[in-house]
Design a protein around this ligand. Sequence first.
Ligand code: KG4
Ligand code: ZN
Length: 342
Amino acid sequence: MQINAKNVQNITLLAIESSCDDTAASIICNAKIVSNVIANQDIHQQYGGVVPELASRAHQKNIVPVVDMALKQANVSLDAIDGIAYTQGPGLLGSLLVGSSFAKGLALALNKPLVAVNHLEAHVLSLLIDSPDTPFPYLCLLVSGGHTEIVKVNSPSSMEILGRTIDDAAGEAFDKVAKILGLPYPGGPLIDSNAKNGDPHCFSFPSGKVPNLDFSFSGFKTAVLYFIKDAVKKDATFVEQNLSNICASVQQNIITYLLSKLKQAALQTKIKHIAIAGGVSANLGLRTEFLKMAKDQSWTTYIPKLEYCTDNAAMIAMAAHFKFLDHNMASLGDGSFASFDR
Ligand code: KG4
Ligand code: ZN
């Protein structure tokens, strides 16, 4: 049987995501998302990044109301749920423990099956929520706060990483540059909005030189840091005066670098069905340039809706749906926390 989001029996799943600083729950019925609730944690803004201890405490506080709301919005009772899915990793250990323990407790109490989902696989499958007919294999540029990879997706259960960052992730590059510019965490969306009014070719920075389909962002980040330090020494108001142009130039550099590697991967594999996913795929500049490149290269493109780019439980639900169809259940005793290397 061809595995396809449309090949559906009557399956209703509750999915929980708690890998970082968003507490999220979603209900999926017959491969359709019927609710998708997220509680963000603003507390980290003042610290310039996610504080793990605060994140797990906030998950603990938010998880019951978020799950309740997801059930209410879907008009589904706990009895009607066929299985409970949770994010197994990668992520912050304390945050993952809240979601996985909650899901296991619920599964035990209700005597329902458990499904453990890899967070990165879920990002890569998120585009199937709205494009269930996406043919396999497709290539996915996965760009998030913790990961940057080019993935060949052979099926929902078979993926190959063709290239990955050897240091920082693209989202981290956005966030660290934003911090240098004095913008609050997470800086990616703020660089995106400031870039709209700037000249993307005003300043240029070197891109990471690594072979094949791998990425590196640490040299770029350091180059931006020293460029800003020097400029501010000469003129204390430099950042203030040039914020839009700096953001546009930084963003352009990251986008050009990401897309050049994606194009290389498409040429090497001869795959023309190409997707982007993960938090950075919400970036307007990336979405626009990706579509331009797709036109030049005759690609068919798949881009998740904005609400499915950054962390959410709908993508966990979508990935869980396929695992449930495959009878790939987790056990209550499973204490492992997934990476993307398995
Ligand atoms: O996928 P995600 O929500 O969490 C992880 O799995 O890491 O990605 C979060 C990352 C952050 O680094 C954030 O700054 C970045 O995605 N991000 C963006 C935008 N929206 C979120 N980066 C650039 N432009 C955006 N519009
Ligand atoms: Zn994520």
